[in-house]
Structure formats: structure tokens, C-alpha cells
Design a protein around this ligand. Structure first.
Ligand code: MRU
Length: 345
């Protein structure tokens, strides 16, 4: 069951409708995107967030660019689409799904030998396809991952890797949800995820809707909960997994959870579709997004640091493969160092 749709195409008006996650859980508000610039702003300002959701949204952004274009020839349209891909690609640098989706949409456009209107129609179909595939992949991830979750498990998850972060169902939360739906008794600890609080706001919102028992815990409590035997396993999502080495890039705080999990001998699982796997880049080549210092200075509207204070705000961190027990994808469950061979072999 999904309470609200994260991403929806309004067929009648030819617009993309996004659940505006900046207002959750207090208000369920929707944001209408009429052109590619609206989509770029929605991704940059995190009205929509989470690697797979960003990818699906960007795919619709490309379709909107084609549908709204006044290009008269195929070549003119392809030029417009390249510009659109550049605009969308400059929104958030870390989630690989964004670039994966842009690449797939651009290739699709280049392979159609038709009029601008025919290309636009096909691009919308392709965006719908990416949307549907994401939901399917998540359900498979959920099913495969749930096998790793024992009955009566107490699970830590970080950030939000649920239906809100994807086209539906979720990756890490998909695993938790599948385990719950298949009758296992589950208790979830959702770490708050400073500074944007995706765990406290979004994961809590989803778990409450799904009626899965949970506690929200401060990020700083994780090691202590583990030391008390209160956590049996960790399941998180990913923004990018480097296939060559198995490094996992995910929300800031993931690395701390992984280090602690190893210290306390707790399995650490990463759930992600293969669209999150980067076959090319090395650790040194990946750009870790740095966001505004104000996200750290302010809690809501209140400034908590003294004026003049500087803050550091990396949005993601990098967990080395030796801390990762397994990566759960829609194609199977792997050790991080097995991914490259499997996907290229
Ligand atoms: O900054 P966000 O909220 O986009 O970061 C989201 C995460 O880090 C998620 O864990 C990741 O994208 C996987 S979502 C299925």
C-alpha cells in the first residue's frame, strides 16, 4: 500500500505532479512541473529526493523538454534535449540514477528517426517505462532482501529509502516492508538524519502509514543502541555504488552506522536497484554534494549556531566495501566486490 504517489504524470494537462517532500509530514502538498526548468528546481530544492525518485523525475523532465519544445526538426529537438540534460544534470551531483536516466532518455531520443512530435511521444513512453520499472525493481529488492531479515528483527535504517525516495515501494524500506508484509515481526529504528531529517520526517511518515512499529532515534544514539543489543541488522539505501571497488555512497551518517555495525558484529545491508550502480567511476572521481551551511545552522526557522559560525555540510559519505555485508539488488544479493564481474561479465 502506498499512501500518496511520489511522482505522477497528469495525462490531461501534460504535467508532472510531485509530492512536495519539503512539507512532510505536516502537510501533503503537490508541486506541478510544467517544463524542464520547473523539474530542475524541484530536484535541486529537494521537493523530490532519493536517488531513484530523482532519476524518474529527471526522465519526465526530458519528456517535458521535448513536449514543450517548438523545435521544427529532429536536429533542433536533439539540441534542446542536450541542453535539458545539462540543466537537469547540474541539479544534484551524487545520485547516479540522475545521470543514468538522462543518458537513457538521450539515447532513446537519438535512436528515433522521426518528427519532433514523434520523439516527444516516445520520450514520454520511455519515462513511463522507467517509472514502472523502478517500482518493479523495488518489489524484487524487497522480496530478495526480506529473506535476510530474521523474524523478530530489530532493524536500523538511515535517511529515507522508501516509497518517497523511489517511484514506489522503496529500497531499504522495501526490504523492511516486504518482511513485515510476509508476516515477520519487525521493529525499526529510524535515525533522524541531520541536518534535513529525512529519517525523522519521511521514514517516520512512511512507517506510520504502513503501520510498521518504529522508533525515531537521534543519529548520535546508534552506537549505544548497538552496544545494548537493540539492533540486529542495518538496512540502508544508496545514491551510488562503485562497482569497480564496491564503495557505497549514501546519506551522511551511513559510514558511522557501518563502522559501528562492524564493531558490534551486526550485518550491514545496502539495498539498491542496478540503476544506482556506477560501472565507471572511482572513489576519487565521485563528487560528494556539499549543501548550504544554513541547513546546519538552522533547525526549522530557528538559528541554533552563533552568528558568524561556519558549518560543513556534506550531504553524503562513502562506506568502504569491507564494512558492507551484502548489496541487495533486483538481480540478486552480492558481496560489494562481486558487482562488477556480475554486471559486466
Ligand atoms: O539527500 P537525499 O534525501 O536525496 O538522500 C537520499 C539518500 O541518501 C537515500 O538513502 C538514497 O538516495 C537511496 S533512496 C532509495
Amino acid at each position: 500500500m502506498q499512501a500518496v504517489e511520489t511522482i505522477r504524470w497528469d495525462e490531461r494537462r501534460g504535467e508532472l505532479v510531485l509530492l512536495d517532500q519539503r512539507f512532510l509530514p505536516a502537510r501533503v502538498k503537490f508541486l506541478r512541473c510544467r517544463d524542464v526548468d520547473d523539474v530542475a528546481v524541484a530536484i535541486k530544492d529537494m521537493a523530490v529526493r532519493g536517488a531513484p525518485a530523482i532519476g524518474v523525475t529527471a526522465a519526465y523532465g526530458m519528456a517535458l523538454a521535448a513536449l514543450r519544445s517548438r523545435a521544427k526538426t529532429r536536429e533542433q529537438l536533439l539540441t534542446k534535449l542536450r541542453q535539458a540534460a545539462k540543466t537537469l544534470g547540474s541539479t544534484r551531483p551524487t545520485a547516479v540514477n540522475l545521470f543514468w536516466a538522462l543518458d537513457r532518455m538521450m539515447k532513446r531520443a537519438e535512436n528515433i528517426d522521426g518528427s519532433p512530435a514523434e520523439i516527444a511521444k516516445e520520450l514520454l513512453n520511455e519515462a513511463h517505462k522507467i517509472h514502472r520499472e523502478d517500482v518493479e525493481m523495488n518489489k524484487t529488492i524487497g522480496r530478495l532482501g526480506a529473506d535476510l531479515i530474521p523474524d523478530d528483527a530489530k532493524i536500523l535504517t538511515h535517511c529515507n529509502a522508501g516509497a518517497l525516495a523511489t517511484a514506489g515501494y522503496g529500497t531499504a524500506l522495501g526490504v523492511i516492508r516486504y518482511a513485515h508484509e510476509s508476516g515477520k515481526k519487525i521493529l525499526v529504528y529510524a535515525s533522524e538524519t541531520r541536518p534535513r531529517l529525512q529519517g525523522a520526517k519521511l521514514t517516520a511518515f512512511e512507517l506510520k502509514t504502513l503501520k510498521i512499529p518504529f522508533y525515531v532515534v537521534p543519529d548520535t544514539a546508534v552506537a549505544f543502541l548497538m552496544s545494548r543489543g537493540m539492533i540486529d541488522c542495518v538496512v540502508v539505501g544508496a545514491d551510488r555504488i562503485l562497482a569497480k571497488t564496491g564503495h557505497v555512497i549514501n546519506k551522511i551518517g551511513t559510514l558511522s552506522a557501518a563502522v559501528n555495525a562492524q564493531h558490534f558484529n551486526i550485518p550491514f545491508y545496502v539495498a539498491a536497484p542496478t540503476s544506482t550502480i556506477d560501472l565507471h567511476k572511482t572513489v576519487d572521481e565521485v563528487v560528494i554534494e556539499e549543501r548550504s551551511e544554513d541547513e546546519v545552522h538552522y533547525v526549522g526557522r530557528e538559528r541554533i549556531t552563533p552568528p558568524g559560525t561556519r558549518a560543513i555540510n556534506y550531504a553524503f559519505d562513502i562506506t568502504p566495501p569491507h564494512l558492507v555485508t551484502a548489496v541487495i539488488t533486483e538481480k540478486g544479493v552480492f558481496k560489494p566486490n562481486e558487482l562488477y564481474k556480475f554486471l559486466t561479465g
